[in-house]
Design a protein around this ligand. Structure first.
Ligand SMILES: Nc1nc2c(ncn2[C@@H]2O[C@H](COP(=O)(O)OP(=O)(O)OP(=O)(O)O)[C@@H](O)[C@H]2O)c(=O)[nH]1
Ligand SMILES: [Mg+2]
Length: 288
């Protein structure tokens, strides 16, 4: 059952008993909002309900929403129309990085931020990755800058930045290889790539987006900690929100690391991509 449906079911009980609040704690923990926050939110809600003599479960649910809202960090990508924007897409294997690159390129065209974004095939590690991005580029009518399999991702990025400057394109979206957050060598490589962009790119608006898969739950916390620790991430895309029964982990990530959520991936198609809206997310989560 979806998280929101379970919250709904919980509040369908006619009585707000101690058990209700205990069950709420469990449910919030299972929903990945983090144990500490789950306990404190359930306690606060109980206190509010007692103080205000709330017995109506709908009102209690709405108070729950009020209590959770401050913990949801919404952000925007903050692209700069006056400069070249470079967006580096990062994350562990298979979370949806390449798909998100393509979705983001489409989003940039749709919102008229850029009619000619450039995709950089920075995943030179996995054999099929370059072709995968090229196929997206063809479908979307977006130029893809790539080198051979096995080449240096920094060099690919540098090519893409060069091409964007020459073409007057305002936006480079760079795919990167999936790397497990437990592999120190791969993280070092990412730090190097980050330095290359910072040193070589000049006056650009440089953003790093971490892709987190909603179905991985609390493991996302560790991923955020390590990637953010390595290269200072600007925000998060939560993918596969459509296949997750919950999605509370962005609340923990926002609370723990101050990382805003920028977009939600809600399916496999290009259009299954939304700028993150904290209020809508909360309504969906709590099931209002
Ligand atoms: N349901 C759903 N599937 C998604 C979403 N985003 C990506 N996917 C799927 O997840 C799978 C992996 O996506 P990729 O974009 O290749 O992931 P990646 O992070 O680039 O993978 P690696 O390059 O191997 O690390 C594909 O089957 C995508 O269609 C999403 O928001 N919802
Ligand atoms: Mg990929």
């Amino acid at each position: 059952m979806k998280f929101s449906e379970r919250i709904k079911a919980l509040f369908k009980r006619s009585l707000l008993s101690d058990e209700t609040f205990d069950d709420l704690t469990d449910l919030l923990i299972e929903g990945d909002i983090g144990a500490t926050l789950a306990f404190s939110i359930a306690d606060e809600l109980k206190a509010v309900c007692q103080k205000e003599h709330i017995s109506d479960t709908e009102i209690a649910k709405s108070r729950l929403k009020d209590l959770l809202r401050p913990y949801i960090v919404q952000g925007s990508l903050a692209l700069d129309p006056a400069r070249l924007n470079i967006v580096l897409i990062l994350g562990v294997n298979g979370v949806g990085k390449t798909t998100s690159c393509a979705k983001l390129a489409r989003w940039a065209m749709l919102t008229k931020f850029s009619n000619a974004p450039i995709l950089a095939a920075g995943d030179t590690f996995r054999a099929a990755a370059i072709d995968q991005l090229k196929i997206h580029g063809q479908r979307l009518g977006v130029r893809v800058v790539a080198q051979q399999h096995g080449s240096d991702p920094g060099a690919v990025l540098w090519d893409a930045i060069d091409a964007a400057k020459k073409a007057g394109s305002g936006l480079v979206i760079a795919d990167t290889a999936g790397r497990m957050h437990t592999r120190v060598d791969l993280l070092k490589e990412l730090e190097k790539l980050d330095r290359v962009v910072q040193q070589k790119a000049g006056d650009v608006n440089y953003k790093k987006i971490l892709v987190l898969d909603a179905t991985t739950g609390q493991n996302a916390m560790r991923q955020a900690e390590i990637f953010h620790g390595a290269v200072k991430v600007d925000g998060v895309v939560m993918t596969k929100y459509d296949s997750a029964s919950k999605g509370g982990m962005i609340i923990s990530v926002g609370r723990q690391f101050g990382l805003p959520t920028l977009f939600l991936g809600i399916g496999e198609h290009y259009e299954d991509f939304r700028a993150f809206d904290a209020d809508l997310y909360l309504e969906d989560l709590i099931g209002l």
